[in-house]
Every structure is written in C-alpha cells, then in structure tokens.
Ligand binder design. Sequence first.
Ligand code: HEM
Ligand code: HEM
Length: 187
Amino acid sequence: MQTVVNRPAHTNGGERGAGGKPARRGPGHALRLFAVDAALVVAFVAIMSVPLTGVPVHEWLGIALAVGLTTHLVQHTTWIVTTTRRLRTASFRNRLNYLMLLALFVGFVSIIASGLLISEAALPFLGIQPPEKGFWLWLHLVSVGWVLWLTALHIALNWKWLVTTGDRFIRRPLATILGGPRSSRRP
Ligand code: HEM
Ligand code: HEM
C-alpha cells in the first residue's frame, strides 16, 4: 500500500525538478535524510523517557531535537514550497498529510517554547531565569499529549522508507562486513 502519495525527492514521486521532471538525487542525499530521521526517532524516544533521563538531560535533548527538526525542515524545503503552491489542486490525501504536518509543526514549536519557559537546568545554566511555570507547564504537557500521536502517525506513514533505507545503509553494509548475504531478498 502506498501510504504517502506526495513522496519526497529520494523516491522520485513528489518533488519535481526543472521542467516538471521528477527530481533525482544521489545516495548521499538519502543517507543525509536517513541520518537525521534516525537521530530524530532516537532523540524523541529518549525525550519521552523523563523518569529515566532526569530533567536536565531531558532539557538538553529537547534543545538538540529543536536543532534536528530545523535541519529536517530545511531538508524538505522543496517539498514544503511545492506542496504549499499546489495545495488548492492537491488530492484530499495530500491535503490531509499537509494539515497533519502543519499541526505537528505548531505542536513542536509549542512544546519547545513552553519547555524553555519552564526550564530548570538549561536556561538557568545560560544565565536566564525562566518565569513562573503555571500555564507554560500546562501547555508543555497538553502539547505533548497530541504531538505524541501525530509523530507516531508521521513515522508510521514513512515507515516503509525508514525500513528500506535502514536496510540499505545499515543491514546490508553490516552483512557485507560480517560476510553475510548481500541482499535482503530471500532465495
Ligand atoms: C520526531 C520527529 C520526526 C520524525 C522522526 C520524522 C521522520 C520523517 C521521516 C522518516 C520522513 C520520510 C523520509 C524523509 O524524507 O526524510 C519524513 C518526511 C517529512 N517530514 Fe518528518 N519527522 C519528524 C518531524 C517532522 C515535523 C515536526 C515536521 C514539520 C512539518 C516534518 C516534516 C516532514 C516533511 C515535510 C516530510 C516530507 C514529506 C512527507 O514524507 O510527508 N517532520 N519525516
Ligand atoms: C519535543 C521536545 C519535548 C518533549 C516531547 C517533552 C516532553 C515532556 C514530558 C512528557 C514531560 C513530563 C515528564 C513527567 O512528568 O514524567 C516533560 C517535562 C518537562 N520538560 Fe519537556 N519535552 C520536550 C522539550 C523540552 C525542552 C526543550 C525543555 C527545556 C529546555 C523541557 C523542559 C521540561 C521540564 C523542566 C519538565 C519538568 C516539568 C515539571 O514536572 O515540573 N522540555 N517534557
């Protein structure tokens, strides 16, 4: 099943190059996307495990995630610009995906901004004293509530890409090094 119709450039299905032709990019591009995606998944899981990491590590990881998300968005600038331009004529499914990503973006901005405003370690370390927690703590926790589900949905929609690319850049090279089979295809 094709889950995301308007695919990013590495699958040659969504972004268009000059003359409306599908944009073609090399394996380096896919590797960079994969590295950022994988780092985001790991960071997000760690950030959600506050009792395990403690609040100070949680805060620094949250700040690192903000940098990672900015990189992720910069990597998808072409998708964002193209899809925004074509939104009026886009299919219902692509509009829904776009709306979902918009909500995800607003959610992450809200979590990170409120997180900074309730910071107990990172901001005081930088010499900034945050205001009273009250509303900001409430906003932090409420935003986490729905961003968690949207992130899970976003990852699920891109699951096939994550697994295929993981196989290409991690499993197959490892199998080659360890002398195992070169391909994931079964005989
Ligand atoms: C923990 C957070 C996130 C993870 C793990 C994640 C992961 C992924 C993955 C695996 C892909 C497909 C491969 C790729 O093109 O890189 C993707 C695509 C994309 N992501 Fe994210 N993402 C996250 C957050 C966000 C946020 C907050 C936005 C904000 C709008 C966003 C926007 C996009 C866009 C525009 C695409 C390309 C279009 C699409 O596949 O729907 N992502 N993301
Ligand atoms: C996307 C990033 C983030 C996510 C998903 C997230 C998620 C959470 C969650 C689930 C909790 C509740 C933990 C619990 O009570 O067991 C929490 C608490 C907290 N977060 Fe975040 N957070 C993020 C970013 C940040 C950032 C960037 C900061 C500050 C720099 C921050 C500061 C805090 C603080 C201080 C608490 C403890 C609040 C309290 O109980 O008084 N968070 N966060």
